[in-house]
Design a protein around this ligand. Structure first.
Ligand code: UDP
Length: 253
């Protein structure tokens, strides 16, 4: 049985937003049968985002996350992803849930592979190692369909249980409300993504969803391919002449 795919994307208005959302939308539009794209903004739904979504031709829901604590923390999408999860849980949307940031690069094959996940799937994500001009890989090491270990270094091995990027795993939405069916470690409601510790959000979440590696599926079997890239291309450090910096969306046609 092939499942519905539900993609959660946090987004916000900035110069490259139109480029990022259009690029992601164009891949999502090619996925057959159509998937559901849940796009979440903070505080209010912007006209810019609404306009882009209308034009993509993807089935979407445009949500707003109201931060009840009203903290000013720059949480890089954590509250927004949680708002997406709440929506899925409240409406009992049955499918495979995937967190896709707007600025990453995704292959079409990734979204097609997601449908084959029955419980929890994970795969290696390629990243650009900053300043060294080299790619590194974060995620599982696999033997056939079994996850047997993780790409890691000495320091992070001691700190984190699972070494996965936010864009390197997906899971069956029914885990959220039906823990018994999946042998989820705890029967209490999932606390969702942790807002505090950067770098620990993924592992903290996954620890609530699966017991250990034996409950994970490699995607595709043997983790034999890179399906998406987390490039960190935002050039924060560049110095521009005065007046060159664009704060608003660039128009993409
Ligand atoms: N994001 C957001 N609001 C913010 C910062 C980030 O909605 O204030 C979104 C962003 O659009 C992206 C995701 O959160 O989809 C991850 O953000 P970013 O790329 O800055 O994080 P990184 O890739 O560096 O982990």
């Amino acid at each position: 049985e092939r499942k519905q795919v539900i993609v959660i994307t946090p987004t916000y208005n900035r110069a490259l937003q139109a480029y990022f959302l259009n690029r992601l939308g164009q891949v999502l539009r090619l996925v057959q049968p159509p998937l559901l794209w849940i796009v979440v903004e903070m505080t209010s739904a912007s006209a810019e985002t609404a306009e882009i979504l209308r034009k993509t031709g993807v089935m979407y829901r445009h949500l707003v996350c109201v931060n009840k604590n009203n903290t000013n923390v720059k949480d890089r999408g954590v509250h927004q992803r949680n708002a997406g999860l709440e929506h899925i849980e409240r409406h009992r949307l049955d499918g495979v849930v995937y967190f896709a940031d707007d600025d990453n690069v995704y292959s079409l094959q990734l979204f097609e592979s997601l449908r084959n996940i029955s419980h929890f799937g994970t795969w290696p994500v390629a990243m650009l190692a900053q300043s060294k001009n080299k790619a590194i890989v974060e995620g599982p090491v696999c033997n056939a369909s079994q996850v047997i270990g993780w790409h890691t270094n000495e320091k992070s091995r001691r700190l984190r249980r699972f070494h996965v990027d936010m864009s390197g795993f997906a899971f069956n939405s029914t885990i959220l409300w039906d823990p018994k069916r999946w042998n989820r470690p705890f029967s209490n409601p999932i606390r969702q993504l942790d807002t505090v510790k950067e770098g620990f959000q993924e592992t903290t979440f996954i620890e609530q969803v699966v017991e250990d590696e034996s409950q994970m599926e490699s995607v595709p079997p043997s983790c034999s391919r890179i399906l998406n890239w987390h490039l960190h291309l935002d050039a924060h450090g560049l110095v521009y002449p005065r007046g060159w910096l664009l704060q608003k969306n660039l128009e993409v046609v």
